[in-house]
Design a protein around this ligand. Sequence first.
Ligand code: NAD
Length: 414
Amino acid sequence: MTMTNTKSDNSRPVKIVAIGAGNRTAKYLHYILNNPDKAELVGVVELNDLRRQNVAKQAGLSSDRCFRTYEEFFSNPVEADAVMICTPENVHFKPCMLALEHGYHILLEKPIAQTLQECKTIADEARKRGKIVAVCHVLRYHPYFVKMKELVKSGRLGRVISITHRASVGIDRSGHSYVRGIWSRVDDTNPMLLSKCCHDVDFLIWLTDSRCRKLASFGSLSWFIDKNAPEGAAARCIDCKAEASCPFSAVNLYKVRHEWIANFDVPEGKTIDDVIDCELREGRYGRCVFHCDNDVVDHQVLAMELENDITINMSMDLFTLDDCRATHISLTEAEIEGDERVITVKHFRSGKKEIYDYSDVDGLPFHAGADLRVVEDFIEGISNPDHKVLTHIDDSIESHRICYEAELSRLGKL
Ligand SMILES: NC(=O)c1ccc[n+]([C@@H]2O[C@H](COP(=O)([O-])OP(=O)(O)OC[C@H]3O[C@@H](n4cnc5c(N)ncnc54)[C@H](O)[C@@H]3O)[C@@H](O)[C@H]2O)c1
């Protein structure tokens, strides 16, 4: 069955089906449920029963609109304008191609897919079928990053010559997602630079309005490996003699601090503490960071020369307490410095400073509202043929190309 999508006006809400009902879908669903005049969730596809039922309950979906797998959904699709694909990236390519074949527009989580060729194939198919594929590069919608772009674009600070950008991943996020978690193995997902920092590379390319001419990258997995385990370390933190002083302790992160637990499902009759205890005893998140099966890097640097001669120095650092992005931009008339909270412009001739303080925005939910603006922009793109979405797949291919080439360079294969 092929859907015919004729929506090109604001006469009714855009009908959307969610594929994957985890952390990201929860953000986009917040927008949909709070803007019933603009969007309506008309179906959900999710392997996990609890999550599927939870979304169905929130959106008031009957059982014939709930599917376990995307194969089930596409063999008996629901009439809709669009799908949001918020599954892990090893479940992006196939549902994307099927969605395009069935005539849906797509709001697609990053990274687009698992190889550059797959990314290009989706973009080509979308173009051929006249469908929007918007990639969720939320920084383009975040007030702090929008201000940086505005300052550079204004031209009043001269021309950009070089940029230094540091993505501090933070040890908590690193241990949770890239050592113990579902982004810890390249074959299951992508090289870490792409999984974690395609947003950063996308931001830098968007900021400079250019493409990369040459790059070189270095990095490795050097700390989170067996041989670095403390003396007598156990396979699980709950059994470990070194737990009390280990900065990567799962007991401390989940049980004591109650951080990074948003994705732990709590079945009826259980409490979050029951779930944490069970995870520490049996789950992937209770494992010692030195005794996991991770193979993604734990530090990487990337140097780029762009087609407009700008040079960019970027590093992805996991060993930081903070989890933030810092950017320094050298222009011909001034320099811009930002730490994701405050942007300072220092003018060379006058020595004057301009300060833009986003400290009150930092830490606001939904990436300071950016997650909600991504959906809004996508919906506007579907409703209004003259509206070009800010994160169209054609614009995302470049950041993905850079990350894949960085991985080849790191491995000495470029
Ligand atoms: N834009 C951003 O800022 C941002 C932030 C975090 C994650 N992401 C990306 O979003 C995507 C999802 O991440 P998440 O944090 O929501 O993960 P998640 O694990 O919370 O959610 C993914 C859901 O997909 C479901 N799923 C997996 N395979 C499925 C299948 N075959 N059929 C149906 N459902 C399936 C899982 O059960 C899970 O509930 C990833 O690509 C990730 O890289 C983007």
